[in-house]
Design a protein around this ligand. Sequence first.
Ligand SMILES: NC(=O)c1ccc[n+]([C@@H]2O[C@H](COP(=O)([O-])OP(=O)(O)OC[C@H]3O[C@@H](n4cnc5c(N)ncnc54)[C@H](O)[C@@H]3O)[C@@H](O)[C@H]2O)c1
Length: 255
Amino acid sequence: MDIEGIGAVVTGGGSGLGEATARDLAARGAKVAIFDFNLEAAERIARDIGGLAVRADVSDERMVGEGFDAFAEWHGSAPRILINCAGIGTAARIVNREGELSIESFRRTLAVNLTGSFICLATAARAMQALEPLGADNERGVIINTSSVAWQDGQIGQAAYSASKGGIASMTLPAARELARAGIRVMAIAPGMFDTAMVEGLPREAQESIAATIPFPSRFGDPEDYASLAAEIIRNPMLNGTVIRLDGAVRLPPK
Ligand SMILES: NC(=O)c1ccc[n+]([C@@H]2O[C@H](COP(=O)([O-])OP(=O)(O)OC[C@H]3O[C@@H](n4cnc5c(N)ncnc54)[C@H](O)[C@@H]3O)[C@@H](O)[C@H]2O)c1
């Protein structure tokens, strides 16, 4: 799909991978809305790229619905691209004397990462199916969800996070199969270690030792590396129904 001039929603676009993708899509000519819980961050980036900032908690169906309505009013039609980057990390052991993974924390992780991605996917798909098909393939839209390498090699302490990211990976194929009828593709990217707010909090030594475990290139991924893959997925119509690991060949050890 040609990106120039089309509408895109990027959730979690106020920071990290979502921010880089929102900026990249706008630079390629898309009209981009940033859905983020953090309105201030969303507004700052929206100002830079001439986009729309929407305060939305992706786990809240009503807020997401209102966000898509606001997008349609702003752009004149539904988005053809949805990039789901909103997510939270949870690290806690199941059994731990110093504080174990609470059921509430498990539920919240799934509510934001998995159910939140599904709410945005379903809302986008319902709006996209009414759009005119484009090009020789009669394509209507592209949805990209963000899984994680923890989907396959979750570490100790990542039971909740890995479960949420595994759910995202697993819904890719059934969603792509179902939405094929409407000309909507569904893909997932499973990033390895990326240089975002999450990593910035770690001491330099910890950052260096983690980077050394990445075979090649031995560095954290740049958010632009993620944005570049998202753009290629949008462009290439044969990419559908699968999860791409974007990880420099890293395989996370148990801890
Ligand atoms: N950075 C990495 O190494 C890495 C690796 C694998 C997967 N991921 C995944 O990539 C995605 C983006 O991560 P990032 O590193 O850019 O993180 P980040 O913290 O820099 O950005 C996440 C953004 O999501 C927003 N957000 C959080 N909860 C939200 C909610 N309920 N509703 C709306 N917005 C919400 C935050 O305000 C923030 O702007 C996440 O799903 C994360 O799990 C990141």
